[in-house]
Design a protein around this ligand. Sequence first.
Ligand code: NDP
Length: 255
Amino acid sequence: MMSAWDLQGKVAIVTGGNGGIGLGMAQGLSAAGATVVIAARNADKSAAALASIRASGGKASAVTVDVTDEADCKAMVASAVEMHGRLDILINNAGINIRKRPEDYTLAEWQQVLQTNLSSAFLCSQAAYPEMKRSSRGKIINIGSMMSIFGTAFTTPYAASKGGIVQMTRALACAWAADNIQVNAVLPGWIDTELTQTARKDIAGLHERVLARTPAGRWGEAHDFGGIAVFLASTASDFITGTAIPVDGGYSVQG
Ligand code: NDP
């Protein structure tokens, strides 16, 4: 009998899949048998990610996409379907942060963060919907953050975008449940990636504060996201929709 976690024959797009958490998820999906489409802006980084997946025996391709561009989001889905014949899984992972006090942001900076982290996830989901509806199944996984739950002084647009991810996830889950499309969010804790390497340089004491606050006593790694990606992309999670699951070493439950 085929395992409920088996993703053989499934096609997945991972936005921002050329590094960090996105690549960790892409590698997990690939190990479970899925064909993965890496979708990001930096073509060299995507080529390297592709090579690493193929080196482990996985099937993958790459498309160059700016997820803030609606036409790019549509073209990304079209090219995944053209290359691989279908689309089963979409991971909306691309994201950025601009750290400032709220009084210092320009409108352009606010919009850049909201467009990259939130509007993009909506546009990519919208682009993926007809293909998923056609095959009467689909899995959408949106990446939130601890900033979906908590606030900090230096992340106002980021927190707004990540709070929005959770509510958008619930709304899409309700809208598309009848089409057998499940939509869930993953809320990473503090994970060692390029994004947080910059944060650690910019914010004195961050590294120690994260270690002290995280019950697991360590930073998360990209490969910590393979399991949740496979679970939420597979039929094992068919009755789970609209949730936001922390993957945080206990950060969000520590009193
Ligand atoms: P990285 O900076 O390593 O990865 C971000 C990815 O997003 C890159 O692959 C980048 O690729 C892509 N990206 C950024 N802007 C665009 C764009 N306009 N179009 C297409 N792709 C884009 O960071 P992480 O792996 O840490 O972050 C991944 C997700 O996880 C983000 O949504 C982030 O907010 C979230 N997250 C991360 C946490 C952490 O501790 N690291 C904690 C909580 C949430 P390219 O530059 O080639 O386009």
